[in-house]
Design a protein around this ligand. Sequence first.
Ligand code: HEM
Length: 456
Amino acid sequence: DTTAIPHRPGRLPVLGDLLGTNVRTPLQSTMRAGAGLGPIFTRKFFGLEIVFACGLDLVTELNDESRFGKHVGLGVERLRGVVGDGLFTAHTREPNWRLAHDILQPAFSAEAMRRYHSMMLEVARELTASWDGATGPVDVAADMTRLTLETIGLAGFGYRFGSFERAEPHPFVTAMIRALRFAQLDNVKLPFVRRALAGSSAQNQADIATMTNLVDEVIESRRREGGEARDLLGLMLTDGHPMTGERLDPVNIRNQAITFVVAGHETTSGALSFALYYLTRHPEMLEKARAEVDAVWGDREPAFGDVAKLRYVRRVLDEAMRLWPTAPGYTREAREDLVLGGKYRMRKGDSIIVPLPMLHRDPTVWGPDPEKFDPDRFEPAEVRKRPAQAYKPFGTGERACIGRQFALHEAVLALGIMLQRYDFEADPAYELKIVESLTLKPSGFTVRPRIRERAT
Ligand code: HEM
């Protein structure tokens, strides 16, 4: 029952709250629409009413796993056309969720991270080789995508996309971005608007085929060459469930492979891009981060254990993901009929979206100036003071991100390497513009990397 929940004034029949909404940027539209409405609000489009909760108290309830679970809704539901019951899009009740989760968990253990470190470093060196030779500004989001795509390709699948040898994005990336956008815009009920913005469904089918074919080729080449690699693909192809021995079927392996290539690079790329953006805007923080890299790493090549020692660099990333969590929300559904916040009735299966950039700006938690970029918010003493539910860039509960440690190791390492080696000149006139394709990225943000005097 949504009657007690506020919404923007001026709701129209049929169109609902559509006017003034930009369907290309649903998250940013939601932030504007929800401004000033409080911890819970609704938006309505053509009879579809969506509830958003962004206040700490309500989100704390929603994150209670005994009362709520992940809801596969809206954009995520549409992705099932691409990746079916892959880990991210599976309903928790589908048997393949638990099966795949348990088989793949060892690929994200501390021991596995040690194995990935040298591959992550190798890819970071591809980035520096490319930047060493750059004669002009580089597009940050495009190069961070090259870095993260190569990293998940190599560490997860022993596969090289060759992103740094290409002037344009790899065809997988182009197809993926279009397919994500298509899924995001699937909720737009006006077919001509949708076609204009997202392309035709024939194009979408072709994009899905591009992704599927590439993944089939990766799987085929591993089957041909064999090998004992204990990476994601190796675990999927050779390991059964640790208790029952049950194996993943070939269709599910393909769904997981696409899932991991996409989920394994898109969000990390955005997080690195926002972090670099904020550092170039705050030279004193950049200096502080670099001083840390110089003190802890010097000119050395970082070993595995050196990465977690970059505490300030990590805080910069944490703070970038507070303001712009690149997977900008998740959806929770009621496990039973219940009452939320002491007054909002929900039936079993009813769902609510948590728009993370709004939770991460709740002034009762983050103080009077939540827009201010300040990595010191993540000093250990500050973190201890704060409720854990106030910061959720990697989601919550049993369906939270399986790749969190992978992403953090990769991102801290890459940012450390960039700070160790370059000075950055950014266009002072650049104004942050964020593009959305289910995930968030800065658009049009460039820097000129120059090798530092002291770097070897
Ligand atoms: C799930 C964020 C990196 C693989 C999630 C969820 C979030 C998230 C919020 C939960 C979504 C939901 O509840 O609907 C992020 C962010 C990343 C990142 C911000 C980087 C900064 C990665 C990486 C991988 C990965 C590197 C793989 C190598 C997955 C998978 C799921 C997931 C497979 C689904 C897990 C499940 O439902 O069992 N991620 N992620 N993510 N993420 Fe990540």
